[in-house]
Design a protein around this ligand. Sequence first.
Ligand SMILES: Cc1cc2nc3c(=O)[nH]c(=O)nc-3n(C[C@H](O)[C@H](O)[C@H](O)COP(=O)(O)OP(=O)(O)OC[C@H]3O[C@@H](n4cnc5c(N)ncnc54)[C@H](O)[C@@H]3O)c2cc1C
Length: 350
Amino acid sequence: MAIVGAGVTGCSCALTLAHAGLRVRVHEAREVASGASGRNGGFALRGGAPPYDVARAQLGAERAAALWRLTERALERLAELAGDAFRRTGSLRLAADDDEATALRAEYEALRADGFEAEWRREPDGRLAGRFHGAIFHPRDGSIHPARWVRGLALRAAEAGADIRERDPVTTVDELDADHVVIATDGYTRGLLEQLDRAVRPTRGQVIATEPLNAEYFACPHYARYGYEYWQQTEDPRLVLGGFRDSALEDEFTAEETTTPGIQTRLEAFARELLGWAPKITHRWSGIFGVTHDLLPLAGPVPGRAGLWVSCGYSGHGNVLGLACGDLVARAIIEQSPPELALFDPARAF
Ligand SMILES: Cc1cc2nc3c(=O)[nH]c(=O)nc-3n(C[C@H](O)[C@H](O)[C@H](O)COP(=O)(O)OP(=O)(O)OC[C@H]3O[C@@H](n4cnc5c(N)ncnc54)[C@H](O)[C@@H]3O)c2cc1C
């Protein structure tokens, strides 16, 4: 077995294959967690990129509920595997205006109608009072230290027997001597499979982190404006903020891992607004994630290419889904036929 990419997806897939006693080699162009898995906002959320009510309209009630349940189970698994790299904080999805409040209310009602845990917050308090117009609190969500979590996952896969090779870029899948090859490169996929290059759009996310602050102002991951702004505090407690991609939407559809003054300035201004003073910014970075036409991942066999699999395109929501999808693909390879894999069939986009 060969896996391309050692982010959360590749390491999850490797762990399940190695546990099943299969010989598995992971080829990573840079280092474990050097892609989006080690550079993201650290939100560990159930569900997919579309809100639950939207997914229900898109997939039908039964399939949307199956997807949410899958991610709830994956989140529990993440909590078990990650140790202190995971904190169960809950997460807060906030409405920036009345229209977004209506959208949130629709998601909240759909979740409750289908028996999922969620709490409605009419007026966020403290620093957020007056700024946001309602919120959904998801009590089982949490916060991860992304790189620490994925390096730990890689270590488990290696201990189970996976051979993880860093600084080992794959130029073509045909060079790999394996019965099964899994492409787990999310937004970094380029040139390995033409269908994937067409179906997954590389998209840049930019982030800043402040110096450690004098207190904890935000107890859990927060996101608003449909995810175009998000922030949380780490244990330090630094403030980590990301987003504002919508201020340069076309420019941010790129695979170039750089920061830009326009978005960085917006992120700094937002940090100032949230805190009421200008914190010192100590870290700036960007990462690339892969977006699909329906914002759901492409995970499963590549049509017409026996033994070739993909698991990519989480559309900015891959911390929990990547763990789930890497495992599902591995289980399909070992012929356990997990029914949830049908939710992500790549044939819909290829
Ligand atoms: C700034 C930012 C913020 C985000 N915030 C969140 C969040 O808060 N919550 C959330 O759920 N999701 C978030 N995401 C999305 C999430 O990080 C990704 O969906 C997830 O990490 C994807 O994991 P992966 O293992 O599939 O891909 P990656 O972690 O990107 O790993 C792919 C790996 O493949 C390697 N690779 C690529 N091509 C080759 C090749 N030819 N040969 C060998 N190796 C190769 C790369 O070097 C890379 O290490 C965010 C993403 C970004 C960029």
